[in-house]
Design a protein around this ligand. Structure first.
Ligand SMILES: Cc1cc2nc3c(=O)[nH]c(=O)nc-3n(C[C@H](O)[C@H](O)[C@H](O)COP(=O)(O)O)c2cc1C
Length: 279
């Protein structure tokens, strides 16, 4: 059994893929995993599909439309979620589980919420009126070397940098940084959140520790950015990704808890409340 925390540490965005196809048994494992990944932690219903484009000719492959950001990928995972107030968080959570499953199989991925031809993927998924397609990911073996464009994108968004813990995690209000080594095993859980992927690496997650093992999740929203894609709130998707890293790491460390939306009465400034982990 692979440690999920190790898998989380290993994951990074891959934008340059080798032409080695994904082996049949891995395709089957992925398809089985996607088939069961249909329920978000906050109640939304989802469906995911693997498009293995190995048999497609190059012209067909171009249809996948990622504006040149992704090179050489032969397969994609696309997903849709039923419209719902928590649809974006649920999508982020469930899609990140797919991403980590792929990472565990030795495959590369890259969340695409901006640089994709959404309508092409929506068509392939037969999206219905009450469904939303927030993002997709290519999936496949990484090429040994990054492409020049990939290196440029990583540099542009500072992909290898993460905010310091004192900018992300707080104690009882939005002003006092959490003393990480006073949080016991939860400090490892928070570390796993810190290295999560986020759109343009903006890392909007802010977590305020409340009474006991209550961890309140807030979003430091970049409003212009988060409303740029109409009904797709890409930073709320980021929040779901943070929930995924938090919960999977907590489970691995034997820390039990449940998600609750409870609007805590604590000072949180301009942070937007999302959800609480009640440990
Ligand atoms: C919701 C979401 C949407 C993203 N959209 C794109 C995208 O459209 N194009 C792209 O090249 N990268 C995209 N990314 C990848 C991020 O830029 C990347 O996760 C971040 O820079 C951190 O790098 P890392 O994933 O290698 O740790 C997206 C990531 C997330 C979480």
């Amino acid at each position: 059994m692979k440690s999920i925390i190790d898998v989380i540490k290993k994951r990074h965005s891959v934008r340059n893929y080798s032409n080695k196809p994904i082996e049949k048994d891995k395709v089957q494992q992925i398809e089985a995993y996607l088939k069961n990944n249909t329920q978000g932690p906050l109640g939304s219903t989802l469906r995911f599909k693997l498009f293995d484009a190995t048999d497609y000719d190059p012209a067909e492959l171009k249809k996948f439309g990622t504006y040149g950001f992704i090179k050489g990928s032969r397969a994609y995972i696309a997903g849709v979620v039923k419209s719902n107030v928590t649809a974006m968080e649920d999508f982020g959570y469930c899609m990140e589980k797919n991403v980590l499953f792929a990472t565990g199989l030795g495959l590369g991925t890259c969340w695409l919420g901006g640089t994709l031809n959404r309508s092409t993927f929506a068509q392939m998924m037969n999206v219905t009126e009450d469904e939303i397609l927030p993002a997709v990911t290519p999936i496949g073996y990484a090429k040994e070397r990054k492409s020049l464009k990939e290196s440029f994108i990583r540099l542009a968004v500072g992909a290898d940098n993460r905010k310091k813990t004192e900018e992300l995690f707080f104690d009882n209000s939005n002003t006092i940084p959490l003393v990480m080594n006073s949080s016991g095993q939860y400090s490892k859980v928070l570390d796993a959140v810190r290295i999560a992927p986020s759109a343009s690496n903006k890392q909007p997650w802010r977590i305020i520790k409340g009474v006991g093992n209550r961890y309140h999740f807030f979003m430091k929203e970049d409003t212009a950015y988060n409303t740029a894609f109409k009904n797709i709130k890409i930073q709320n998707v980021d929040m779901g990704i943070a929930m995924c890293h938090f919960e999977l790491s907590a489970i691995e460390l034997g820390l039990k808890g449940v998600w609750k939306i409870e609007e805590p009465a604590i000072e949180s400034g301009d942070f937007k409340y999302i959800v609480t982990w009640v440990g």
